[in-house]
Design a binder for this molecule. Structure first.
Ligand code: 5GP
Ligand code: MG
Ligand code: MG
Length: 193
């Protein structure tokens, strides 16, 4: 077998750059969460947000609960189906709570819009979004935050398919400690996905 790195064309953000930026986002988020009257609920979107969430919350010195949801819209390919479904729901009750959705990347915005509507229906009093990457060039729907919710973002991502630091292609590459662009030949050979 070859290393995971063999599929990478170029690195966009190194491990050190990721760590530094996650620290900055955590500082900003911590200040806001400490100002709340009660603990927030941090909701990670599995699987992509697992590393970002883990690195983020251990740097946030504020009381908070952590839970996960699973929202799926991609098959095995690099294009969203555009119809996200919640395939695993929360355990924590978010009614009347301040929720911070932690995402790996916001692309078209479909996944996040579906999740925000779902959390709003459950009675969250405010909904913020903290995404590791933001790809505004491909946005199709505006992200409507709820209540005093804020939008936090790690890096603005160019319009290309990236992997690493939680982000996958066909469930692979999530374990890379940096973010890179996948070699086109890694996915073009099975573009039927
Ligand atoms: P959206 O619903 O905003 O179009 O897509 C959100 C989801 O699509 C992300 O949570 C992520 O799982 C996936 N996605 C979008 N762009 C990329 C990308 O460049 N790389 C990877 N690995 N996943 C992406
Ligand atoms: Mg995601
Ligand atoms: Mg994926």
């Amino acid at each position: 077998m070859v290393s995971a790195e063999a599929g990478i064309e170029r690195v966009l953000w190194t491990e050190a750059e990721v760590a530094a930026r996650v620290g900055e986002v955590a500082t900003e988020l911590a200040a806001d969460l400490r100002a709340l009257p009660e603990p927030a609920v941090v909701v990670g979107v599995a699987t992509g947000a697992f590393l970002f969430l883990a690195d983020l919350v251990r740097r946030v010195d504020a009381p908070l609960a952590v839970d996960f949801v699973r929202v799926e819209s991609y098959g095995g390919g690099t294009e969203s189906s555009g119809k996200p479904r919640i395939t695993a729901d929360l355990k924590v009750d978010v009614a009347g709570k301040h929720v911070v959705v932690v995402e790996d990347i916001v692309d078209t915005g479909n996944t996040l819009s579906c999740l925000i509507a779902h959390l709003e229906k459950k009675g969250a009093s405010s909904i913020s979004v903290c995404t590791f990457l933001d790809k505004p060039a491909r946005r199709k729907v505006n992200i409507q935050l709820v209540g005093d919710g804020k939008f936090y973002s790690g890096f603005e991502c160019p319009d290309c398919f990236v992997v690493g630091y939680g982000l996958d292609y066909a469930e692979l590459y999530r374990n890379l400690p940096y973010v890179g662009v996948l070699k086109p030949e890694m996915y073009k050979k099975d573009s039927s996905n």
